[in-house]
Design a protein around this ligand. Structure first.
Ligand code: TMP
Length: 205
């Protein structure tokens, strides 16, 4: 039996981590065999990624750290899927396409390369395609207001950059596996909607 792979995406401040946790609890309580995982991972590879946020590293170094973490994480995800589990992942490949796509857009344009397309291409051999991607949509201005009282901030959290990231997400969301949910709705409404999409997906197979 093959499981189902569901990813949660959205800009910083979209509330995706809270939603992923609530959806996990809801599915677990209804008796589903479900796993919640995240990227950057809670391993030394994920630690290396997080360390790069606070260091002056090349944006390419940053990109390849995210991809390095993902390649090993994907091996674990594939095992869980082979065991028939529902795997929920808080950020996955689309985070790289959207964030590093924004960070490297100009640099790659010099070489007549489309950043997001190139990242999708090089990722193919070491990712597994999500069956469903839940995108929490929110304007960067509102997302930043929500983040303003957090202690630990990342360099990604500025208006111009997050606006570009959100635009990239909306481009990616044209793919069929995406569903968009308005992140301004209440947590309960968002969780209800997300659980419905997941239950539909599980029943359809
Ligand atoms: P988090 O806020 O979900 O913990 O994610 C940490 C930050 O890392 C967030 O600002 C998004 C960023 N990120 C990328 O830029 N590329 C990626 O591939 C991933 C997984 C996260």
């Amino acid at each position: 039996m093959k499981g189902k792979f569901i990813t949660f995406e959205g800009i910083d401040g979209s509330g995706k981590t809270t939603i992923a946790k609530e959806v996990f609890t809801r599915l677990k309580n209804s008796g589903r065999d479900v796993i919640l995982t995240l990227e950057p991972t809670q391993t030394w590879l994920g630690d290396a990624v997080k360390r790069s946020y606070d260091e002056e590293v090349s944006p390419f170094t940053e990109l390849f750290l995210f991809l390095g973490d993902r390649a090993t994480h994907t091996q674990k995800i594939k095992k869980w899927l082979e065991q028939g589990k529902i795997v929920l992942c808080d950020r996955y490949c689309d985070s790289t396409y959207a964030y590093q796509g924004a960070a490297l857009e100009e640099k790659l344009r010099e070489f007549r390369m489309d950043a997001m397309e190139w990242m999708k291409y090089i990722s193919k051999p070491f990712i597994t395609k999500p069956d469903l991607t839940i995108l929490l949509v929110i304007e960067s201005k509102i997302a930043l207001q929500r983040l303003s009282n957090r202690k630990k901030r990342t360099k990604f959290e500025n208006m111009g950059f997050l606006k570009k990231v959100e635009e990239n997400y909306l481009k990616l969301a044209k793919e069929e596996r995406f569903v968009k949910i308005d992140a301004k709705k209440s947590i309960k409404e968002i969780v209800d909607e997300a659980v419905n999409y997941i239950e539909e997906l599980v029943k359809s197979s």
